[in-house]
Design a protein around this ligand. Structure first.
Ligand code: AMP
Length: 443
């Protein structure tokens, strides 16, 4: 069920906001939302230790699966708007449940989240809407996969159909590696998420992320971004959740964007409508700019991490209104978003060993950080017994800076990163290499 503005519980009030999630993305959303003077309190379920450093923020420890307790708490706190950060609660239908209880929710229902939680469904969706994307084969068994890999005249990419924390995609260099990837998935590496496999034509080109805030019918675009998924410098090594990002992405010209709107964004929203999916949330378009134009690599049903941390400082205090309008189906569609006339860059600091095995519980020391246009958003931290800040994840925190140009941004980010330390800290030194004029090691 979708709510309209009149049936919403606390129509036109934005005092108490709830954000669901525990990462850097959610902390940056909380940071951007609390800037509005109408907002009195931002609650996070569960947030992390870094949430406690953000103005007006408070963490709530509650099990999202305990629906009775959850509802009681939301009523008690008089929550006016709920923003759901990660894909798993969205895929589990949390937004549907809360909307049925008449809360204003930013985040799609289970039907819309399928754009992310089933790669085969998303590919069929794109085929139905004639949206440019790599050609694909949906396979249900290793035998079937082997046949297609064997006979394919183009290089292939192998993907587990369901959610796999960004680890279910293999970009092999040979047919042999393709077989191995398919075998790994069908042998249960990703559990139920790997019951089906999508084989895709391998396409080439730089990648860029585009974000549309959608109210079901209309949308507004946020600045573009580019992230660095690989662990090592020169974009080498294993894929990670993201080692850094920058926004906007200068690679996307006005002409590109016009083409992306015409061939990808609007057909996506039209197709959602055709399929009766009332999508109220952000659509993340992961695109590749190929020689034959922009193509969709993936959809996500939530903000990217660390792109979100990178973009949020560019938003003005009215950002929360956009989220609210989406939740109520009230976008005009040509809202002027006040975006800071600067560029933003983000560098992620990780634990030694990430994205494989790593240890946690190391104290984090934070020295003197620039107070202007420089933020730290924690991704995986906790508080020790004496309240000290400890590492508690693979990606520990990100430093985000805004300046007039990318050289200044990354100079500032790396200078401030020197003030942060924990045992085993690792970060890439070449984030934003594509856009840093003074970067000597351009690849
Ligand atoms: P995904 O999780 O689908 O975004 O895939 C993760 C990464 O794998 C992307 O960011 C791309 O770098 C790469 N990738 C995915 N699909 C393709 C494809 N069809 N061709 C080439 N690279 C791909």
């Amino acid at each position: 069920m979708s709510i309209n503005s009149k049936s919403s519980k606390y129509f036109n009030r934005l005092e108490n906001i709830l954000i669901i999630g525990n990462g850097g993305r959610e902390n940056s959303l909380a940071w951007a939302i609390q800037k509005n003077e109408l907002v009195n309190k931002v609650y996070l379920i569960p947030g992390n230790a870094g949430s406690e450093r953000i103005n007006k923020c408070e963490r709530i420890n509650i099990d999202l699966n305990n629906k009775i307790e959850l509802l009681e708490k939301l009523e008690f706190l008089k929550i006016d708007l709920i923003v759901i950060g990660p894909e798993i609660p969205l895929a589990n239908g949390l937004a549907d449940f809360l909307r049925k209880k008449e809360f204003k929710v930013f985040g799609p229902g289970k039907d819309g989240a399928k754009l992310e939680y089933s790669k085969s469904w998303a590919k069929e969706f794109m085929r139905d809407a004639d949206i440019p994307t790599a050609s694909f084969w949906k396979v249900n068994s290793l035998e079937e996969a082997k046949k297609i890999i064997h006979s394919s005249s183009v290089p292939l990419v192998v993907k587990a159909d369901g959610l796999a924390s960004g680890k279910g995609v293999f970009v092999p260099d040979s047919k042999d590696e393709c077989f191995k990837a398919a075998e790994l998935i069908f042998n249960g590496k990703f559990g139920k998420s790997g019951k089906m496999v999508v084989l895709e034509e391998k396409i080439q080109g730089p990648e860029v992320s585009v974000f549309a805030l959608c109210d079901g019918k209309k949308y507004v675009l946020l600045p573009t971004a580019q992230d660095h998924k690989r662990l090592e410098e020169k974009d080498k090594g294993p894929n990670t959740g993201g080692m850094g990002a920058y926004s906007p992405a200068p690679l996307i010209t006005k002409d590109h964007l016009d083409e992306i709107i015409k061939t990808i964004i609007e057909p996506t929203i039209d197709e959602l409508n055709k399929k009766n999916i009332d999508y109220k949330g952000v659509i993340y378009f992961g695109l590749m700019i190929t020689e034959s134009g922009p193509k969709v690599i993936e959809y996500n049903c939530r903000f990217g991490d660390p792109e979100c941390q990178t973009m949020m400082p560019l938003m003005d205090k009215n950002f929360v209104f956009l989220l609210e309008k989406c939740s109520m189906g009230n976008l005009i569609g040509d809202e002027k978003i006040d975006i800071k006339d600067e560029v933003s860059g983000c560098v992620v600091a990780t634990s030694k060993g990430y994205p494989y095995e790593y240890k946690t519980g190391f104290p984090i020391k934070i020295g003197k950080i620039d107070s202007k246009s420089c933020q730290i958003f924690d991704s995986g931290t906790s508080s020790g017994k004496k309240g000290e800040l400890l590492t508690d994840g693979g990606r520990v925190l990100s430093i985000v800076c805004q300046e007039k140009d990318f050289d200044m941004v990354f100079e500032k980010a790396y200078k401030n990163l020197k003030e942060i330390n924990f045992d085993g800290i690792y970060f890439r030194k070449d984030i934003g290499h594509q856009v840093r004029k003074n970067f000597s090691n351009k690849s």
